[in-house]
Design a protein around this ligand. Structure first.
Ligand SMILES: Nc1ncnc2c1ncn2[C@@H]1O[C@H](COP(=O)(O)OP(=O)(O)OP(=O)(O)O)[C@@H](O)[C@H]1O
Ligand SMILES: [Mg+2]
Length: 243
């Protein structure tokens, strides 16, 4: 069977820097694919290119459910169910938490009023984002709840593929356990295919079916997570230049 999401020779340069360099891989329906790689290896840029938020690729193809999507608008890609979160907490900080969720629902699903509020409640329930925070200004929320809000907002848009960019960064151990449980629940109970960028390797290896490691915009290893992290090319990418 063809992958649900397929990247073919995707490239993006910033001046002379090849941030993503002829990268190709597929994500199977129902899979959790982990993506690791040193700082600046092109992981977040890859999510930008797939979703066109905020910009698309210079060249290459993105296929979703056998359909080319790299020429679609960011909103149309989102409406197909390819939804991302951001590495830094990206909430509209002047708005209440629930308005953050409702804006996304209106833009992606076209729902307003009571129907939209129901979808926001359902997403909050799935993620465990407390209802009594709904009317608080998003700016006043601690980092953990901003991350929960960002994931709730993503889930409210009914993702088929969820692209999570470092959901565990700046979190403490108990909170990282929550990230792990949530990812597994979204995948197993809600059937969401997940691509997870993380620096927290124990989280990455414990939830991912396969792990892809990037360096300088390219894939240097892909396969079983516990084998990939021992791959000499991967060890070299993380430690080599420091040694
Ligand atoms: N908008 C931009 N303009 C210019 N250079 C950029 C831009 N976005 C990213 N880069 C550069 O592209 C390279 C890849 O950046 P990217 O953010 O994708 O890395 P990353 O793997 O997500 O790193 P990290 O693990 O630190 O989040 C880096 O060298 C970065 O400085
Ligand atoms: Mg990044």
């Amino acid at each position: 069977m063809a992958p649900l999401l397929e990247i073919r020779e995707l490239s993006k340069s910033f001046g002379a820097l090849k941030a993503v360099d002829t990268l190709s891989f597929g994500v199977d329906e129902g899979e959790i694919l982990g993506i690791a790689g040193p700082n600046g290896s092109g992981k977040s840029t890859l999510f930008n290119l797939i979703t066109r938020i905020p910009f698309g690729a210079d060249s290459g193809q993105v296929l979703f459910a056998d359909r080319r999507i790299e020429q679609l608008s960011d909103v149309d890609i989102t409406r197909l169910g390819v939804i991302r979160t951001f590495q830094r907490e990206a909430v509209f900080s002047s708005l209440s938490c629930v308005d953050n969720i409702l804006i996304a629902i209106e833009q992606t699903l076209g729902e307003r009023g009571k129907a939209a509020e129901k979808l926001a409640d359902e997403a909050s329930e799935i993620v465990g984002f407390p209802r009594n925070f709904h009317n608080m200004p998003a700016a006043t929320m601690p980092v953990f709840y901003q991350k929960q809000l960002m994931i709730t907002t993503a889930i409210a848009q009914r993702p088929k593929v969820l692209l999570l960019d470092e959901p565990a960064s700046s979190l403490v151990e108990d909170e990282i356990d929550w990230v792990r449980e949530t990812i597994l629940q979204l995948n197993r109970q809600h059937g969401i295919t997940i691509v997870l960028i993380e620096h927290v390797l124990p989280l990455l290896t414990s939830v991912s079916k396969r792990l892809l490691v990037m360096e300088l915009g390219r894939s240097i290893a892909v396969g079983d997570p516990n084998e990939v992290i021992r791959d000499p090319a991967v060890v070299e990418a993380y430690l080599g230049r420091a040694q």
